[in-house]
Design a protein around this ligand. Structure first.
Ligand code: IMP
Length: 221
């Protein structure tokens, strides 16, 4: 497995996945660079949606595909937005992911206005299919715990990061440097587990002292 297509068009996720997988001796390509559009995500569980996205990308490219399905689960809201995190608020008229993120964040703050329990966690599941009908996809998951603040802080990250404070650090996800977030986030932990599975089961090596073969072309960044 020398080349993997990344089954997302979310630039925030793409950048994090590329940075964390960089040490592996592998070429990763965003699905948009191969003309693959977004897959449907009709399911109630993260893992089913991730599997649907990975299969879609493998089917259209003939390549192994890695999909991430993730979201923020808020205790006082019975786990919502959860699988609906990307489109929690109605899509804004002016479109674009940044505008959607801002609407989502406003809606979440309004929903929590009268709640004292602000506990939340991010959840990430990764599914890697070697081909579209792979009967044994690799599945790795992780959580990242924090609290929802009352006022957004920070300009890094994406999505709900300006609202998500990490208790030990007293910083929101958007106040972390990318390399800090990429050490401790739900996506970082799930990707670390995936990298271990690839090294153990698929003979994948680290690029080591050689310059990494991991190349990443992101036409959107
Ligand atoms: P998906 O593309 O259906 O997996 O949607 C994931 C959504 O969850 C994103 O659009 C964000 O709203 C949210 N999300 C997932 N991971 C993160 C993160 O690391 N930071 C901020 N928001 C995230």
């Amino acid at each position: 497995m020398n080349k993997i297509v990344i089954a997302t068009n979310n630039v925030g996720k793409l950048n994090e996945i590329a940075a964390i997988l960089a040490p592996l001796d592998i070429e990763i390509v965003p699905q948009s660079a191969l003309g693959v559009g977004e897959a449907e995500e009709p399911h109630f569980t993260f893992v089913e949606n991730a599997l649907a996205k990975a299969r879609h990308a493998s089917r259209h490219t003939g390549l192994p595909a890695l999909a991430d399905d993730s979201g923020i689960c808020v205790e006082a809201l019975n786990g919502e937005p959860g699988v609906h995190s990307a489109r929690y608020a109605a899509p804004p008229a002016n479109g674009g992911r940044a505008a959607q993120d801002e609407s989502n964040n406003r809606k979440l703050l309004a929903a929590l206005e009268h709640h004292t329990n602000r506990n939340a966690h991010y959840y990430c599941v990764l599914v890697l299919t070697r081909h579209a009908d792979d009967p044994q996809p690799i599945i790795c998951e992780a959580q990242w715990h924090g609290v929802i603040v009352k006022t957004p802080r920070g300009s890094g990250g994406f999505g709900y990061d300006p609202l998500f404070e990490i208790p030990g650090l007293r910083k929101t996800g958007a106040e972390l440097r990318p390399e800090e977030k990429n050490r401790i986030s739900h996506r970082a932990l799930a990707l670390a587990a995936l990298a271990d599975r690839l090294r153990a089961g698929y003979g994948m090596r680290d690029a080591g002292a050689r310059s990494p073969r991991s190349r990443f072309r992101n036409p959107e960044s």
